[in-house]
Design a protein around this ligand. Structure first.
Ligand code: 13P
Length: 453
């Protein structure tokens, strides 16, 4: 059947045997018998593999190369060892995988590649001087925002408003990414470009909110659980095709009397972790957002305690679900006094408490923290970010992913008037610039008056 004479007889046998042994070693159930004849046929045609080929393959399999490092730790027979050194080739591996339709190696390569892509997108999102615009308000929330300026929430008004934000000239200098809503990712600018294209032309990475909102948690009065896992894998595939490169899922933790419960925290952490792994599988960088709300009369100390408890649970769940930390971003709340607490912490106190809390629980492998503004005024949110970035020894990029704190001045300037679009864009540009300065700890209050001048 094969031209065995062309190769030493032992080489064919040994190569197949090695494959078996390696696969067993790696606990992979392949039907060797089914593919052996075709593998052997392929092996016959192969040129002698170089050490570089053998080495590359073994290293990828996390197996030590026998030619470089002796057999320490591996339990191959002497015969197998000889065969590896003599004949286990890169091409054999390829043939084996293709024929077996169990492409372990390809999966491994893809995983490595995906991780690299996820990592590079995550890093771009927290590039120095840049941060994220959260423009992913659900239909209900955008209605509230537009109502505040007496603009009815029609599809065209929502589109026109988002176009103001996304087409602001120079926004790409300060904004790395924009989080879109399901409706928004399908909309276009007036001149016919999709919003995704318009953002990309500004060098801005499009992202997408994928949760379906925080709903009352059954049996846990006053607490919420975020829904949206059902069908998420397919939705992520569609969003990826529409151009999204990252996603967001927001969990909400409320501070009150006897809440939050550990049950609520864990349930939300589990959902965040399941969302994050699905994102990474679908090649989207997950932004993991466990928001401890600032509503309430609680002190900054209580916020610290709950934020720490929440983040601990989130990172345990992320680890259990094997989320690659380098390929995700955390979107935390800052550690603040409750909105109605009589004793309001200073900017410096907020910055110190937030960084101390994050350092306790957020692994340094996470490339960046992109804070939400959560109801702070736009200026407060900038000042807090600025003060944190003036601190030494930060293991991650500290950035922003603000919704209200970037958009409040835009809404105020626009008010639905087409003649005010330029003013609205200037307001957005200015706010983005202030936060960009805060990324370097170089924001000063003078910048606020510079805009007015
Ligand atoms: P805020 O900055 O308004 O809190 O919005 C950020 C966000 O995306 C909340 O999910």
């Amino acid at each position: 059947m094969h031209d065995r004479a062309a190769r030493p007889a032992g080489a064919v046998k040994s190569a197949a045997a090695i494959a078996t042994e390696i696969m067993i070693l790696l606990n992979i159930d392949v039907r060797i018998a089914q593919v052996r004849p075709r593998v052997e046929a392929t092996v016959h045609r192969l040129p002698a593999p170089s050490h570089a080929h053998v080495h590359a393959f073994l290293v990828r399999c996390s197996v030590r190369c026998p030619q470089c490092i002796r057999w320490g730790g591996l339990h191959f027979s002497a015969e197998t060892a000889d065969a590896i050194a003599a004949g286990f080739s890169f091409a054999f591996r390829k043939a084996f995988c293709e024929e077996a339709r169990y492409d372990f190696i390809r999966n491994l390569e893809e995983r490595i590649m995906k991780t690299e892509t996820l990592e590079s997108v995550a890093k771009k999102l927290v590039a120095p001087g840049k941060g994220i615009l959260a423009a992913d308000e659900s239909s209900g929330t955008i209605e509230k925002r537009l109502k505040s300026i007496n603009v009815p929430s029609t599809e065209e008004n929502r589109r026109a408003y988002r176009e103001i934000l996304f087409t602001t000239a120079g926004a790409g200098e300060f904004i790395s990414g924009v989080i879109l809503f399901d409706e928004t990712i399908r909309q276009k600018t007036r001149d016919g470009r999709t919003f995704v294209e318009a953002l990309e032309q500004q060098g801005i990475i499009p992202g997408i909110k994928v949760d379906k909102g925080a709903k009352p948690m059954a049996n846990f009065p006053g607490e919420k659980i975020t829904e949206g896992l059902d069908g998420l894998r397919d939705r992520l595939t569609e969003y990826r095709k529409l151009g999204a490169r990252f996603a967001k899922w927001r969990a909400v933790i409320t501070i009150g009397e006897k809440i939050p419960t550990q049950t609520c925290i864990n349930a939300n952490a589990e959902a965040l972790a399941r969302y994050a792994t699905l994102c990474q599988e679908g090649e989207l960088v997950p932004i993991v957002e466990p928001e401890v709300l600032m509503d309430g009369t609680h002190t900054i100390e209580r916020c610290f305690e709950v934020t720490e408890q929440t983040l601990r649970s989130v990172f345990v769940a992320l680890a259990e679900h094997r989320v690659v930390l380098e390929g995700m971003l955390l979107k935390p709340n800052m550690v603040l006094s409750g909105k109605d607490c009589p004793q309001q912490a200073s900017v410096q106190e907020v910055a110190e408490a937030t960084v101390r809390c994050m350092k306790r629980v957020v692994p340094a492998a996470v490339p960046g923290l992109v804070f939400l503004s959560g109801g702070q005024t736009d200026q407060q949110a900038t000042e807090h970010l600025n003060a944190m970035n003036q601190m030494e020894g930060l293991p991650w990029q500290l950035s922003f992913s603000y919704g209200r704190a970037l958009q409040a001045p835009v809404l105020k300037a626009w008010k639905g008037d087409p003649a005010k679009v330029a003013d609205a864009q200037q307001a957005f540009h200015h706010r983005a610039l202030c936060n960009s300065k805060a990324r370097f700890g170089k924001y000063t209050e003078d910048l606020e008056s510079a805009k007015a001048a």
